[in-house]
Write a protein that binds this ligand. Structure first.
Ligand SMILES: *Cc1c(COP(=O)(O)O)cnc(C)c1O
Length: 399
């Protein structure tokens, strides 16, 4: 017995450890359909306190386009005419007119020479960062996990700077300059809109810092694509100063996939060197077609989203809630994790799906409800959410 090997994986123990640390997550059935602004309640009887419908304030389908008939039609047509799957890597035989057409539309949207579609935003980040193979990466401390993973896999020296702090970035660059080789390649990477804080990176100051050192700038617009005309980079007129514009098709565009936009040389390099592009089946044509149609429709939904965001933010602040950020993502910060969970539970009873976000996803003491209204919520939906917050806040003792 004592010579027997035991090189297996004790996943039961790992799961139990997660559970003990209160880190175990499970798949809640409602999440299957949570992209919609409202879903039928299938738990009638168990929670009879509301009528047959849940309002979902948890999805990144900000413009409601994942439920748009015209987007669905574009996907269905592509499925029939081009195929449900690409069938191979784009570099082999998986390249289709649906991909080319989407990429032209994306390049246009981002005011760039060219764009390249990946099968997800995650794959776009990991593939792009490793393909650029930088010597040093300067990364905002709250950057998305796919940036963190890409940075680690690239083998670069990683310098983390304080969240949205351009001065901290500048100082870090100055420090690094003292020990750097003259021809080291430096890449600054930041989200534009941050998912959990709903705030926006100081892109002007970041571009300024990049220019001072001849570094490149890469901006991940996953939460801004479609919501802002040309993303935050486009809105602020920074397209010429940002070397790598990255985004996802999976959030406001209601489809699936990711992309990079930039100059011809960048895209040619990526399609040769980004392993998540080269060695992965091309984006599914229905997703490409859906995203292209959604891009064309996005502008007609922006005002409705803005109206909902303002109504929700003003209502919550009037009640005395602390709402962070200045975008379409509304983090309602309540402090400790029990308060956030109690609020989440109580809101669910009222048919409002709004997830508690707690450590380690966010720092201790800043547990919150992350509210993501959609353009397709009605004023009455927003008011029902507000009423839920008022009742729940009083019951839980937050107001
Ligand atoms: C969601 C997200 C991604 C990943 O995009 P997917 O298309 O969902 O893989 C990348 N970066 C940021 C900042 C994100 O929020």
């Amino acid at each position: 017995m004592d010579h027997q090997h035991a090189h297996g994986f004790d996943l039961q123990t790992r799961l139990r450890e997660r559970e003990r640390a209160d880190l175990r997550r499970s798949l809640d059935p409602i999440e299957e359909v949570s992209a919609r602004a409202r879903v039928a309640d299938d738990s009638a009887g168990e929670t009879p306190s509301f009528d047959e419908e849940r309002l979902v304030f948890a999805a990144n389908n900000y413009l409601g386009l994942a439920g748009d008939e015209r987007v669905a039609t574009a996907a269905a047509e592509a499925a029939r005419e081009v195929g449900t799957g690409a069938g191979a890597s784009r570099l082999v035989v998986g390249d289709t007119p649906a991909h080319r057409s989407l990429e032209r539309r994306l390049a246009d949207e981002k005011d760039a020479e060219r764009a390249l579609a990946f099968s997800s935003g995650y794959a776009a980040n990991v593939g792009t960062i490793t393909a650029l193979d930088p010597d040093v990466i300067f990364s905002d401390e709250l950057n998305h996990a796919s940036i963190v993973d890409g940075a680690r896999l690239s083998g670069a020296d990683i310098v983390i700077y304080d969240h949205c702090d351009a001065n901290a970035l500048t100082e870090a660059m100055a420090d690094r300059a003292e020990i750097a080789e003259p021809d080291d390649s430096w890449l600054i990477i930041t989200d534009s809109v941050f998912s959990m804080d709903g705030d926006v990176a100081p892109l002007d100051a970041i571009c300024e810092a990049a220019t001072n050192y001849g570094a490149w700038t890469m901006v991940d617009e996953a939460h801004a694509t479609g919501v802002y005309d040309g993303g935050i980079v486009g809105e602020r007129g920074l397209t010429d100063r940002v070397d790598v514009q990255l985004g996802t098709l999976s959030k406001a565009l209601g489809a699936q996939g990711g992309f990079v936009a930039g100059d011809e040389t960048l895209v040619e390099h990526l399609l040769n060197a980004a392993r998540s592009f080269v060695f992965s089946t091309g984006l599914a044509p229905p997703a490409a077609a859906a995203a292209e149609r959604a891009l064309a429709l996005a502008s007609e939904r922006r005002d409705a989203l803005k109206t909902n965001v303002e109504r929700l933010r003003e209502g919550l602040e009037a009640m005395g809630y602390e709402v962070w950020g200045d975008t379409h993502i509304l983090p309602v910060v309540v402090g400790d994790r029990e308060a956030a969970l109690a609020l989440d539970d109580r809101l669910r009873e009222d048919g409002i799906v709004a997830p508690a976000i707690r450590p380690p996803t966010v720092p201790e003491g800043t547990s919150r409800i992350r509210l993501a209204p959609q353009a397709t919520h009605t004023a009455a939906d927003i008011d029902r959410c507000l009423a839920g917050f008022e009742a729940a806040g009083e019951e839980v003792g937050l107001l």
